[in-house]
Design a protein around this ligand. Sequence first.
Ligand code: 4AD
Ligand code: MG
Length: 445
Amino acid sequence: MTNYTSIIDVKNYVDQEITIGAWIANKSGKGKLAFLQLRDGTAFFQAVAFKPNFIEKYGEEVGLAKFETIKHLAQETSVQITGFVKADDRSKFGYELDVTDIEVIGESVDYPITPKDHGTDFLMDNRHLWLRSRKQHAIMLVRNEIIRATYEFFNARGFIKIDSPILTGSAPEGTTELFETDYFGQPAFLSQTGQLYAEAGAMAFGKVFTFGPTFRAEKSKTRRHLTEFWMIEPEMAFTTHEESLEVQEAYVKHIIKAVIDNQTSALTELERDITVLENYVNTPFKKITYDDAVALLQENQADNDYEKIEWGDDFGSPHETWISNHFGVPTFILNYPKAIKAFYMKPHPTRDDVVICADLLAPEGYGEIIGGSERATDYEYLKEKLVEFGLSETEYAWYLDLRKYGSVPHSGFGLGLERAVTFITGNEHIREAIPFPRLLHRLKP
Ligand code: 4AD
Ligand code: MG
């Protein structure tokens, strides 16, 4: 493998002969010409084989046999292919391979995903193969870039990455969406969030972030919900919510910009308008309180078909879509009612009914990509909240300890990786933002 040139690097080999290990993504041709669409995981690349060249090089018999092999390659056959790199302005990639030799490595018989259109269920059943397609490849490159840029952003600002456990004894984001499992005869739950552990981390290391899989037994079948998703959760000691919002805005802008700069071809493949993304990087995000958002929705009720909303209701996705479209940029909704948010949020200093928190809504109908808050620091307040939320005081004793031994103002947030991928790629559905999605009715492949 080490002797093969990667497709992504062929620009360095113009007019030179190289050998690539690749799969045949597609094939066409007529008469003396065969066109092969190659992919090797780094990129896609067209190769051209010309029959007379083979006969000239290898003689009538061998040359013809080689050309026939090329003409009859089945989709997804793996090959070792040799040829000269030619600059070619007509091809999307800018280069072409003028084939001089080929060797089949692995046959492929009746590959199920053909170039024709397939239904989503079929593609999802074949997700292990669907990942090879151009579009899925482009989405995964964007996902990878967001992850890379995340480490870059937080490392540059002195955050330490800490790993929170996946098997836990608690349900910090509400008891209805838990996956329960048996832990040696005792119930354990798959983690809904790494936050509480990140809070312990912030008290130990100042600024931390977790990045790991989180699990929610969401019964909802929407374009925005997975049952297993990856979350990036920064937590900062001695930090107010105002300051946390600044970090959130800078972080989201950083990942969008990184994708624009480093995955331009992927965005082009996905037909994502880069000027739209650039605008999000260059425009300040909007901030509006929950109170004002409800008032705005009520004022505009007559002209729109979202459901009627009263103060105290949580937003449905049509409400979120309307608000973010109204402003046209990512929008923070501040200070939600206490009753619809998690137990750990800091109560408002002068109002009894709201907490110090924000959700960041992505524009264009992509919904909430971040949830965050300042954290309650008062021991007695949190103890009461646990009772109110039906959570066990013994399970959370360690969390209460954080308020017993040098409690400090602290804030944090969680960005849903797949929501961010869906938004930045401009994709319809969250299921394509993760290699192997877990959904209400899908545990395979
Ligand atoms: O708003 P959530 O529930 O917040 C928390 O879990 C906090 N503990 C975060 C924190 O303050 N450290 O979830 C955070 C984000 C959401 O904004 C959304 O992007 C994503 O996680 N998310 C989901 N993504 C995919 N499928 C689901 N079912 C999701 N639920 C939440
Ligand atoms: Mg939320």
